[in-house]
Design a protein around this ligand. Structure first.
Ligand code: SF4
Length: 432
């Protein structure tokens, strides 16, 4: 057997100029002629949304001037994101490590946390999982072997602005460089929060991407990502989804988003009405920890599920955050209870500065073995590694084939018992 080992193209020269230091990301939306203007909701739009008791206490303390209507307005949440050291120290008791890391940070992937998501974090404990994944530490400055700025070599597979065309019949469409919150382990750290150089996500670029898709009739599946596509206005999403849906060869649309967990107020009835027009439309939801499930996120998920949007989760397995069956199992159950199918469990991609989050691959297998057979089959995601160098997703599963005895295949069940399966004429397991 030939084993082909591909590593991240670490020696490749950078494809973009070094971004200018600027903690303030560019505005979430950019204007263009053909694209509808950004609309705020009508004054009388229903902004009713649940507010869980802890969050209510938080906003009364830290945002006393905000009304419930403002708090529940996703525009207000985006405009009041925590984006600087001053913003952070107003709310959190920062460790020296956090304080220094934030003060020294330049370039993309700045601090960015919605007030709502901040309300779920510990204000005193830097090791609390949601806080650790969103407030930078000095460990981000350490580059581990095998890490790179573009670990999946997406730049290499970029066929048109924002279009990563790696697989035969499907593409990744990077629509925006803005997210509601910035995760410290982001695979696209190079391109979010403060994109510059080649990372432009304007509607002008969309036109080039759409022209590519119009010409490539083999593409039947488009995954909209970024950044977070739900940081775009309803009007722009409507326009973009409409253009894609008008292409007869595109059968299947997907949106990758973390918004329902970090900015659930964005899932307005108006947004859902837009999304419903473009079925089949699936959503891949980036969900990390049981603490993300609140009255607010449950409401957001219910609105999406009620709109007939199939929901699947993507969870990144992270050291000290969720690499424990005692965390993952309840998380998978919460997903199912909220009509989200646990879809993928990933290792952290080897993006520069993410080593402190990375577990070894055995940990993922251990988690899967702790789920299989011990809980509902629907609660077991696919465990996968996204291969550096553009190899794509590679699924890893516990090996249940023990061997072969004549026409019997020998299989191991979840409790370690070995069972025979009649498999006349087969060869699987013969070499073991
Ligand atoms: S929401 Fe997704 S794209 Fe945005 S910072 Fe987090 S991981 Fe990156």
């Amino acid at each position: 057997m030939t084993v082909l080992l591909l590593r991240g193209r670490e020696l490749k020269p950078p494809l973009r100029p070094v971004p200018q230091p600027d903690l303030r990301p560019s505005p979430p939306f950019q204007q263009a002629k053909q694209i509808p203007s950004i609309g705020r909701p009508p004054r009388n739009a229903a902004l009713r949304f649940p507010v869980n008791p802890e969050t209510k206490a938080f906003y009364r303390r830290f945002y006393p001037g905000a009304s419930v209507t403002e708090w529940n307005d996703w525009h207000w949440q985006l405009q009041h994101r925590i984006r600087s050291l001053d913003d952070l120290v107003r709310i959190f008791r920062l460790s020296e490590d956090e304080r220094e890391a934030v003060a020294q940070h330049t370039g993309p992937l700045p601090v960015g946390i919605t007030p709502y998501y901040a309300s779920l974090m510990s204000r005193d404990d830097p090791s609390e999982p949601l806080r650790r994944t969103h407030i930078m530490t000095g460990a981000e400055g350490i580059r581990m072997p095998g890490e790179s700025d573009d670990p999946l070599d997406e730049d290499h597979d970029t066929a048109a602005p924002g279009i990563v065309h790696r697989y035969p019949d499907r593409v990744l469409f990077l629509t925006t460089g803005t997210c509601a919150t910035y995760c410290r382990y982001c695979t696209r750290a190079r391109a979010v929060g403060n994109p510059g150089g080649e990372y432009q996500f304007s509607p002008k670029q969309w036109e080039k991407a759409l022209a590519y898709l119009e010409a490539h009739t083999e593409v039947r599946d488009v995954l909209l990502s970024g950044g977070d596509p739900l940081s775009l206005s309803d009007e722009r999403l409507d326009w973009l989804l409409g253009r894609l849906r008008a292409m007869k060869h595109i059968e299947f649309l997907r949106i990758g988003t973390k918004v329902p967990m970090v900015l659930p107020q964005r899932i307005t009835k108006a947004l859902v009405k837009v999304l419903k027009k473009y079925h089949p439309l699936f959503m891949s939801l980036h969900i990390t920890h049981p603490r993300e499930f609140t009255d607010e996120s449950r409401e957001a998920l219910a609105r999406l599920a009620d709109a007939g949007i199939p929901l699947g989760s993507q969870t990144v397995l992270m050291k000290g955050i969720n690499d424990d069956i005692a965390v993952i199992k309840p998380l998978m159950h919460l997903l199912l209870k909220n009509r989200v199918k646990p879809y993928y469990l990933y290792t952290v991609d080897p993006v520069r500065g993410s080593g402190h989050f990375r577990t070894n691959v055995e940990k993922g297998l251990e988690i899967i073995e702790g789920l299989r057979g011990y809980t509902t089959g629907y609660a077991t995601p696919i465990f996968a590694v996204d291969a550096p160098g553009g190899g794509g997703k590679i699924q890893i599963a516990p090996d249940c084939v023990v061997g072969r005895d004549g026409d019997d295949l020998l299989l191991r069940n979840f409790e370690g018992g070995v069972y025979r399966y009649p498999d006349a004429g087969g060869t699987l397991g013969a070499g073991k």
